[in-house]
Design a protein around this ligand. Sequence first.
Ligand code: ADE
Length: 230
Amino acid sequence: MKIAIMGAMPEEISPILEKIGSYKTTNYAGNKYYEASYKGIDLIIAYSKIGKVFSTLTAATMIEHFGAQKLLFSGVAGAISPTLKVGDLIVATKLSQHDLDITAFGHPYGYVPEGAVFIEADKQMIEMSKDVAKSMGKIVQEGIIATGDQFVANEDRKNWIGATFNADALEMEGGSVAVVCNALNIPFFILRAISDAADMDASFSFDEFLQTSAKESAEFVMNMVDKLAD
Ligand code: ADE
């Protein structure tokens, strides 16, 4: 079994690399990929760089070039739901692209022909995350994540995304990773820890909490990997 663990930024995967300790580094298509053997499973770990294009490239590379059979994403997100506070964890049940817009042709936001507004994450891993949360004594909210090539720091935009996609959190990679995994039949799991509230203070909050929230998410994802290795 080969599992991909992906983040968007160095801060999102460095706690994972620290835990694993030793790994082989390969440069490929402008990124570094880290391969390791961990508790009897092969891991391929990388951060993509921010946004839908880079995350698409990395997810596809992990699957098509490195042979990943499952993909887990760890990172941070902006909260839409008022029940999500900085440091809280959210597991994506399904994901959409909030900046995909051909509504001029009568289509709904987030939709292009032969695509879908929402892509569902792997139900088995979502189920497993409930046990992991229990064993860690953590509360993990399930919800819809909306993705776009925008750092949202605006209450109106955030509320529009929340209302249009019924989304609980937003970020910049999950929706594109979902498209790749869905197209290639790879079960995927997307976890995010909240770094900000996508409001006018978002950039300050993000800078302040990126590291601690990324670590929260990474720790949880590694507990998921431990369970997958059992
Ligand atoms: N990731 C974390 N916070 C975010 C925000 N406010 N907008 C987009 N992506 C984010």
